[in-house]
Ligand binder design. Structure first.
Ligand code: GRF
Length: 237
């Protein structure tokens, strides 16, 4: 067995081990809650309405999640989520993707996240795939919410995919982000029924209600409970 590297992240107080290859049932990563009672510095990346960002921000403000959203980044200048951030006195920055090489845009995002001393990055309707290089800069610290029960219906218009397929149950998934599209280890899922008289829109609205609960609950768990990631399974202690 290769020696496991364990380090203490100086700002967050979270211990994590990057064990390398995933073999023999060995843990890939282990994490424990910070002991100093401080709040985690969270940044949100979005492209649109930002209702998940608002739900997260409200849960933090109510003290339900021991975190502070220190920065919102949008790749779209017209994203309503930017307005909602500024209304809450949260720094909001536009880093456009249009007509720019992805590597340049991502370099600017990484710089903004580092400047904000981001400990966690929550994707909330960020309509860009992150490169493997970007993901590797923040190992195990990027979360996404997807409006379907992964691994079913990854990618765009997941609610419509589930409805068109005739699924009887759908829901949402909060997962850690890896270099694939909606493929990272699952942290939490919540389900909703698909009703006979649903349209893609009514189903999406029912799922969105659950997204708002799930995202805050998943982040709270990650910040407050020890967990291991072993062969894709996020197991809380
Ligand atoms: C949500 O359905 C989320 O699951 C998906 O994009 C949508 C974002 O909605 N990734 P909002 O901008 O948070 O309202």
């Amino acid at each position: 067995m290769a020696e496991e590297k364990v380090h203490e992240a100086s700002r967050s107080g979270i211990r994590e081990g990057q064990g390398g290859a995933n073999a023999g049932g060995r843990e890939d990563a282990r994490s424990a809650p910070r002991q100093d009672g401080g709040r985690a510095r969270v940044t949100v990346l979005l492209s649109g309405k930002g209702s998940n960002f608002v739900a997260l921000a409200d849960a933090c403000a109510r003290g339900e999640v021991p975190a502070e959203i220190v920065l919102v980044v949008s790749n779209r200048p017209d994203a309503p989520g930017l307005v909602r951030a500024r209304e809450r006195d949260i720094a909001a920055q536009v880093i456009p993707t249009r007509r720019r090489p992805r590597a340049d845009q991502e370099r600017d995002v990484v710089a903004a996240l580092e400047q904000a001393q981001a400990e966690w990055i929550c994707l909330a309707g960020y309509m860009r795939l992150l490169s493997a290089e970007f993901v590797a800069r923040f190992p195990g610290r990027i979360l996404n919410i997807h409006p379907a029960l992964l691994p079913a219906f990854p990618g765009l218009e997941a609610q419509r995919q589930a409805w068109e397929y005739g699924a009887k149950v759908s829901g949402c998934t909060v997962h850690l982000v890896d270099a694939g599209c909606d493929t990272g280890p699952i942290v939490m899922q919540r389900t909703v029924p698909v009703l006979d008289d649903d349209t893609p829109e009514t189903l999406a609205a029912r799922i969105l209600e659950q997204e708002h609960i799930a995202y805050a609950a998943a982040l709270r768990q990650l910040l407050t409970r020890p967990y291991v990631i072993a062969q894709r399974r996020v197991v809380f202690g």
